[in-house]
Design a protein around this ligand. Structure first.
Ligand code: 3H9
Length: 727
């Protein structure tokens, strides 16, 4: 009798029988941190089944490696055992090396992952990896050293190490190309994307898709044993890596470098895959491990690993005990680009959603735009027609709020004006079921003032998506003064369901992200007054890793919009503060940005060109203000652009707008494209030195006005030589 894993769930636990052995945990008592045994050993039909039981993701910790090592030794010496199956307990196969053990003593405990892989590749009996959930990184690399792989149809495999600034260092760059050829391997390993079992089967990465994971794997293993299958390890299969033209790698490097935006790992991965095609296996493996070590020592790896944990930490709200309410249906008010995108986000997550606007015309324009967006995704191959059709079928239109009165959540994405929002919220309050959550997608307005238009301020919350909402990964939730714990718990959990990275922000002008953004774009304008050109500023930001420089970003979002937002802010500016008037001057000349063919730049289609008229306007402003113009180095511009972000972020921690510095990193990486390989602005600030950020803020306050100055928290950390963890 045995536990069967179907669809990711373990069916009833089995009774203990004499042939079942719980493998000793060698670390229990030594490390004292893992009381349970990490690998279970069962035998069914003469096949040893090694079940990894190391929640949450069965990472290859020292305990798991030791358990697998013992299990393999046991299976090898037991003459009654004819084959071995390795499977993950709980919802998944093995998600990779245990990254919480990286750099610790535990990572040195033997057997190492390569030791285990050597045992598997030289194992005298067939070995089969039985995959459900995800087989990632080192977990997938372990599976690649089994003699065969079977998977449930819902399983996924991938080598996502690149997202941690690493490469698959347990043979992934040497074995995967031997199964799929270098071109596919480059695509999979440099992007780190996961592929479905169906695709993996098509590519020859797995050998069979089964319905009953453990029994299917046992059958497969038994057949291999009884038919005397040849047990050729993947590393010895050379057909797909022979006779490859060097051109393939030259072209791959060019194309990957363009997308990498300064990341080093993707290019090193290509070097390793080329080594798989040019060196004998043992040398290729040695090359890979040497490159893995180099990447491991890099700043980018440290930054990306900080970012990995930051994303997960941001979901946790200290002291929040309430249980989230289930969200089974939704409605979106406003069928423009933003509202339509938000409706797609719900539909893509399988949640039925109503989309509404002020007129039938507006709704039908919205739904047409959504259809077009799905067509583009299908055309690009990022979505199948069936998935797009299924999502579209979940989007219903409405012109009357009563049509969706029983929805669990409404997200308002109407025009950014307080009177409009308050009117919508009071009407929603009148019709929506009592426990419905009323969310607003406002990017800067006061959540409390919106909530005050209802009789249920506890259910009102900011749910801020970034445009295009169906693409950008950030969901910035904003708690008002009266927002209930349960409402917060619900929108935080909703983020995960929607596939977003969430942060929780306090209620203030611009919340976490946009509040900081004004200092980044503001400093770019002051730099232009002082002599830096728009092109130089944009190039520096892009070289830093931003998807677009701050000047081009302004042109894209519309200079007239920037002027409007600024008008509202000017009203609250304390004396001694100013904005650069460059934006207003450009708008006065009809330069509204890309949409009018000219803003800071002149446009031919989407292609931008420097424009002497812009230079004249900037120089004129500088003359009027008596600003001395000079040239700037790229380093100066970089520091001047990004240091004010860190300063404002520190103030957000100080006044409670952000729970922790790393939440700000998550917001900026996902909402504004700050390069994850620099860890986020707060991590970057700590690396360059908080004392330097502090001094830069003092200088900015003198140049630009007091609100650019440092807060008490930054002052304390900088003067005491401390970091964000001491905040
Ligand atoms: C590697 O393998 C190197 C080798 O090539 C070479 C070695 C020589 N280790 O994301 P979730 C934790 S590098 C330790 O919220 P989901 C995570 O921190 C590794 N812990 O769940 C979280 O903890 P907490 C290559 C890990 O269902 C909890 O698990 N592999 C690891 O949304 C749940 O995670 C990867 O890069 C790990 N490897 O997604 C895979 N992974 O609850 C990275 C996760 O305390 N992981 N945790 O916050 C993932 O992509 C997702 O976590 C996964 C689950 C898809 C597995």
């Amino acid at each position: 009798m045995i536990n069967h894993i179907r669809g990711g769930h373990i069916l009833p636990a089995m009774p203990t029988e004499p042939w079942m052995v719980r493998l000793a945990n060698p670390l229990a008592g030594i490390n004292g941190d893992h009381g349970m045994n990490a690998v279970r050993y069962d035998v069914t039909d003469n096949v040893a089944v090694l079940t990894v039981e190391y929640p949450p993701v069965n990472a290859l910790s020292a305990a798991v490696r030791t358990g697998l090592g013992e299990g393999l030794a046991h299976a090898k010496s037991d003459s009654a055992v004819i084959a071995v199956v390795i499977v993950g307990g709980g919802g998944t196969f093995i998600a990779g090396a245990d990254i919480t053990e990286f750099g610790t003593e535990k990572s040195k405990i033997l057997p190492s992952l390569p030791d285990l892989q050597h045992s598997l590749e030289t194992f005298p009996k067939p070995t089969v990896a039985a995959i459900h959930g995800t087989a990632l990184g080192g977990g997938f690399e372990l599976a690649l050293t089994c003699h065969a792989r079977v998977a449930l149809a819902s399983a996924k495999v991938g080598l996502p190490e690149v997202n941690l600034g690493l490469l698959p260092g347990a043979g992934g760059t040497q074995r995967l190309p031997r199964l799929v050829g270098p071109e596919v391997a480059i695509d999979l390993i440099t992007t780190g994307r996961h592929i479905s079992a169906a695709r993996a089967l098509e590519l020859g990465i797995i050998d069979a898709v089964v319905e009953d994971l453990v029994m299917g794997a046992i059958d497969h293993a038994r057949r291999m044993a009884t038919h005397g299958a040849t047990l050729t390890p993947v590393i010895e299969r050379n057909e797909k890596v022979e006779g490859i033209s060097p051109d393939l790698f030259t072209k791959a490097r060019q194309s990957v470098a363009k997308k990498a935006r300064g990341k080093i790992a993707p290019l090193v991965i290509i070097d390793c895959i080329e080594a798989a095609c040019t060196l004998p296996p043992a040398e290729g493996l040695a090359f890979e491990i040497a490159k893995f070590r180099e990447l491991y020592a890099s700043d980018q790896r440290a930054a990306l690993m900080h970012y990995f944990f930051a994303e997960r930490e941001a979901r946790r709200v200290p002291g929040l005990a309430a249980e989230p309410r289930p969200i089974g249906s939704a409605a979106v008010i406003g069928a423009g680009t933003m509202g339509g995108g938000i409706a797609m986000v719900f539909a893509n997550a399988g949640i039925p959603v109503h989309l509404t606007d002020i007129s039938e015309d507006a709704v039908s324009r919205g739904i047409n735009l959504i259809r077009k967006n799905y067509d583009v995704s299908v055309g690009r191959g990022s979505m199948t027609q069936a998935t797009a059709d299924k999502a579209l079928a979940l989007i219903a239109t409405a012109t009357d709020y009563a049509d969706f009165a029983d929805a669990d959540i409404v997200v308002e994405a109407a025009f950014e004006r307080m009177d409009i929002k308050r009117d919508i919220f009071s009407r929603l309050d009148a019709v929506m079921k009592p426990d419905a959550i009323l969310g607003t997608n406002t990017s800067s307005l006061d959540i409390d003032a919106i909530a005050a238009a209802t009789n249920r301020p506890g259910n009102v919350v900011g749910v801020h998506f970034f445009s295009p909402a169906n693409v950008m990964k950030l969901q910035e939730n904003i708690r008002g003064k009266l927002t209930s714990e349960q409402t917060i718990a619900t929108v935080m959990a909703l983020g995960k369901t929607l596939g977003k990275n969430v942060v929780l922000a306090g209620n203030c002008d611009g919340f976490i992200g946009n509040r900081m953004l004004q200092y980044y774009t503001g400093e770019a304008e002051f730099l232009m007054e002082q002599g830096a050109t728009p092109e130089q500023i944009d190039l520096v930001a892009e070289k830093f890793g931003m998807p677009m420089g701050p000047i081009s970003m302004r042109d894209m979002s519309g200079l007239d919009v920037g002027v409007l937002v600024r008008e509202a802010r000017k009203a609250t500016l304390p004396p001694g503060e100013r904005f650069s008037p460059i934006l207003e001057r450009l708008v006065e000349r009809g330069r509204h940005g890309m949409k009018t063919g000219k803003g800071f730049y002149r446009y031919e289609g989407r292609e931008k060109h420097p424009d002497p008229e812009t230079t004249d306007i900037i120089e004129q402003v500088a003359r009027e203000l008596g600003v001395q113009r000079r040239t700037f180095t790229d380093e100066e511009i970089e520091f001047r652009l990004f240091a004010p972000l860190v300063n404002e972020g520190a103030k957000e921690i100080e006044d409670g707008t952000a729970i922790r510095a790393s939440d700000i990193d998550v917001a900026w990486v996902n909402g504004y494209g700050f390069p994850a390989h620099k860890g986020g602005p707060m991590y970057w600030g700590e690396q360059v030195g908080l004392h330097r950020i502090y001094e830069a803020a003092l200088g900015a306050a003198q140049r630009n006005g007091p609100r650019w100055g440092p807060g008490k928290l930054l002052e304390r950390l900088a003067t005491e030589g401390k970091g964000w963890k001491d905040a």
